[in-house]
Every structure is written in structure tokens, then in C-alpha cells.
Design a protein around this ligand. Structure first.
Ligand SMILES: NC(=O)c1ccc[n+]([C@@H]2O[C@H](COP(=O)([O-])OP(=O)(O)OC[C@H]3O[C@@H](n4cnc5c(N)ncnc54)[C@H](OP(=O)(O)O)[C@@H]3O)[C@@H](O)[C@H]2O)c1
Length: 288
């Protein structure tokens, strides 16, 4: 068992990097399945090129693997065509435990692509575990990075609603524990969150305090938000509509639930948004 690798998809993403690094640090054999081949990990991490939609990359990725971490790339929504065939190949190759990265609330949303992946995996002859995290703090250094660095503002249609912000470094570490411990997590669903639900006014205040300049929160309605995203950014329509859905849930107070799943599995509290902003302050250095 020990000489069979754990395969991590999305290995160069927000969750994938800390997940691969944690497994490698613990001496677990990990194979990083990277899409664009830009990320370099420590020498002990095996790296393969992988594309969910290119079957010529599957055999080398899944060869002799014992477990698989499945991340749905945000632009792949037709999961039946884009993700499930690769899962079949992984299971055919001998993978025994599949850990899915999903989203909090997926259990109540059968049409969500994440839930469709979860259900597909549950129907296969493998052990499975679902990780359904809350709202990523890394959205602030990703999606919102340009707005904050260049214009000192965050623009989302979230009203005064709060979200249960979690640092993806914590999600990666939690997934690493599940993958390393393996089958004892079979049939389990974890919903990790940060320590406290905060609205975007409060998030903007933390950014302002740490960065030493005022960061404003603008909260347009849905239509004005879509117009802004279409005219002023390069984001694709599918992403914009998904963002509308997520922030509508926030607006109506449906993303505030805090759990202790992370603390139970890691034996320490989750990182706070203050920790996150301090650690990433250079991401929002003022651009002119
Ligand atoms: N944002 C949130 O608040 C939030 C909350 C809960 C759940 N989620 C879910 O978390 C997931 C995103 O996680 P993340 O932020 O860690 O991801 P991410 O940083 O956006 O990275 C996406 C990864 O997918 C890879 N990828 C892209 N196209 C691929 C393909 N065709 N085949 C294989 N890999 C491909 C990318 O590789 P390259 O960069 O090399 O292309 C990258 O490593 C999504 O499913 C999202 O819905 C997000």
C-alpha cells in the first residue's frame, strides 16, 4: 500500500498546492497531476501532466494509484462528459478511495456539478469521502485581486450577507489527513469552514487595517454586477453566473454556517481572515 501513490488533481491550484505539500512533508507518496506543468514541487513529489478531457494523459496519471483527489476545474460544468470518463479510468486502474472537493450545501442541490460528481462516485465500487468547504479566502487574492490592488474596492452582489470564509491552506491540509488515513473516512462528508462568518464590510475593514489604506465594498444588484463583469473584466459568462448564484446565497444569509470539522480533524483552529490577509499582503500592493 505504502508504495502506491495518492493522485492529486488540480495540484497547482489553491487547494492542490497545500495538499500536495502536506502529503510530501509527511513522507506520503504523492503524484501531482498538473494541467499546465508550471508548478514545481519538491523532488520527492512525482509530477505528471493530466487533463480531465484528454484521455491520452490518464494512464500515466492513474497507474498503480491507491487514492484520488478530484477537483472540478471551475470551467468544466458538463461533468458527465468532462469528468466522469476520467473517474472511470482511475477506478479501472485500481484506485480504491476517491476524495471529492465539493462545496458546502451540495447535498441539497442535485443539479450542482459538484453534487453530480459526488453521486457518480458514490455509485462506484470504491470508498469515498466528500469535502464540502465554505467560502474561500483566496477569492480575495484571486478573483478580487485586481479590484483591490488597482481600485481599492471589492464589487460583489452580496448585500450585507456574511460568509464562512476558509483559508484553502486549511482545506488542503484537511484533505491530506483524509487521504493519508484512507478508508476510515469512507462514507464521510466534511464541511470545513473558517472560525467566523464575516460580511464584505468586515472583510474590507480587515484589508484596510492590514494594508494601511481604505478598501471599499461596493454591493451592486445582480444586473449591474453582470454588466460590470462583462464590460470591465475578462471573466467568462459561466463564471459570472456562478458568482451571482454564490453571492445571492450569501446575500440571503445561507452561507453563514460554521462547523468544527476542521478543528476535529486537524486538532487546531482554522486560520482567521486576519491571518490570511497578513500572510498575503503583498498580493494587494497598490497598482497604479
Ligand atoms: N471559490 C470558492 O469560494 C469555492 C468554495 C467552495 C468550493 N469551491 C470549488 O473549488 C474548486 C476550485 O478549487 P481551487 O480554487 O483549488 O481551484 P483553482 O485554484 O481554481 O485551480 C483549478 C485547477 O484545475 C486545473 N485544471 C484546469 N483545467 C483542467 C483540466 N482540463 N484538467 C485537469 N485540471 C485542470 C488547473 O490547472 P491549470 O492552472 O494548470 O490550468 C488548476 O490546478 C471548484 O470546483 C469550486 O467550485 C470554490
Amino acid at each position: 500500500m505504502a508504495n502506491r501513490p495518492i493522485v492529486v488533481t488540480g495540484a497547482n491550484g489553491n487547494v492542490g498546492v497545500p495538499l500536495v505539500e502536506a502529503l510530501a512533508e509527511w513522507g506520503v507518496f504523492v503524484r501531482a497531476a498538473v494541467h499546465s506543468e508550471e508548478t514545481t514541487f519538491n523532488a520527492e513529489v512525482e509530477t505528471v501532466r493530466f487533463d480531465f478531457t484528454d484521455e491520452t494523459t490518464w494512464a500515466s496519471t492513474f497507474r498503480n494509484a491507491r487514492s484520488l483527489f478530484v477537483l472540478r476545474p471551475p470551467h468544466l460544468s458538463n461533468v458527465e462528459a468532462a469528468i466522469h470518463p476520467a473517474l472511470d479510468a482511475a477506478i479501472e486502474a485500481g484506485v480504491e478511495h476517491v476524495v471529492t472537493l465539493s462545496v458546502m450545501g451540495a447535498g441539497a442541490n442535485p443539479f450542482l456539478p459538484h453534487r453530480r460528481i459526488e453521486k457518480y462516485v458514490e455509485a462506484q465500487p470504491v470508498a469515498w469521502t466528500h469535502v464540502r468547504p465554505g467560502f474561500y479566502m483566496q477569492n480575495l487574492s484571486g478573483t478580487h485581486q485586481t479590484g483591490i490592488a488597482r481600485y481599492d474596492e471589492i464589487i460583489v452582489p452580496a448585500g450585507d450577507g456574511a460568509a464562512n470564509w476558509i483559508d484553502t491552506r486549511d482545506i488542503g491540509e484537511l484533505a491530506a489527513v483524509i487521504l493519508a488515513e484512507g478508508r476510515e473516512h469512507n462514507g464521510c462528508v466534511y464541511e470545513p469552514t473558517g472560525p467566523k462568518a464575516l460580511d464584505y464590510h468586515e472583510v474590507a475593514n480587515v484589508l484596510s487595517d492590514v494594508l494601511g489604506r481604505e478598501i471599499r465594498y461596493r454591493r451592486p444588484g445582480l444586473w449591474r454586477y453582470i454588466q460590470h463583469m462583462r464590460q470591465d473584466t475578462d471573466f467568462e459568462l459561466g463564471f459570472i453566473l456562478f458568482s451571482c448564484l454564490l453571492h445571492t446565497l450569501v446575500r440571503f444569509g445561507l452561507s453563514t454556517r460554521i462547523t468544527d470539522d476542521l478543528e476535529v480533524l486537524l486538532g487546531r483552529p482554522p486560520r482567521s481572515i486576519h491571518d490570511f490577509v497578513e500572510d498575503h499582503a503583498s498580493a494587494w500592493r497598490r497598482e497604479t
